[in-house]
Design a protein. Structure first.
Length: 188
């Protein structure tokens, strides 16, 4: 399957520096990776343990600090065989690579409460560029860093880019990653 990216989270700052931030609320974060299966259906992996932070600037629309870490050892799937294979050496190899990470390199606001976040995703000691399409529950202009914000984000990657090449005739190459998370004020 592939890489799950991650969610935005952050750090609140009332010091007047223009930083508005949040921390991912782990209990309210859902990361899923979906891939085509036999060309007819799909398989979905879920990653229940995600942590990270995000800091936005109210002065610079392109500025973002975002670091997310997903614990691949907690990967869940619809059945035991799929879960075992995804955790194994052919896919995530959780024994050797227990985390997938995402680090933002920039952000372009595409609407009053949406953005494209550019960054680097790392899995299995391979790092590749990725773009997240992100929708925020509040307009940027209304964010104060004092109340929770909900985000929904998606991206698409090619699993082969991360050395996940097993079952090429059965499992699709393109993986859609969806993130659904609540961001809480503050930074841990």
């Amino acid at each position: 399957m592939t890489v799950a990216v991650a969610t935005l989270a952050g750090m609140a700052s009332a010091s007047g520096t223009g930083a508005i931030g949040y921390t991912i609320a782990p209990a309210y974060a859902r990361v899923e990776a979906k891939v085509g299966f036999f060309g007819l259906g799909s398989k979905t992996a879920r990653f229940p343990h995600t942590e990270g932070h995000v800091v936005l600037s109210d002065r610079d629309a392109k500025a973002v600090t975002l670091d997310v870490r997903i614990d691949t050892r907690t990967l869940e799937a619809g059945d035991a065989l799929t879960r075992s294979r995804l955790r194994g050496a052919d896919f995530f190899d959780v024994e050797h690579y227990p985390h997938v990470t995402f680090h933002a390199t920039g952000m372009t606001r595409t609407g009053p409460h949406s953005a494209t976040v550019a960054g680097m995703i790392s899995a299995r000691d391979v790092t590749r560029p990725a773009m997240l399409a992100v929708d925020f529950s509040q307009p940027f202009a209304a964010m104060t860093g004092r109340e929770p914000v909900h985000i929904a984000a998606t991206t698409r990657i090619d699993r082969r880019d991360f050395g996940m090449t097993a079952y090429p005739l059965i499992v699709g190459r393109q993986v859609t990653i969806a993130i659904d998370a609540d961001l809480m004020p503050g930074h841990e």
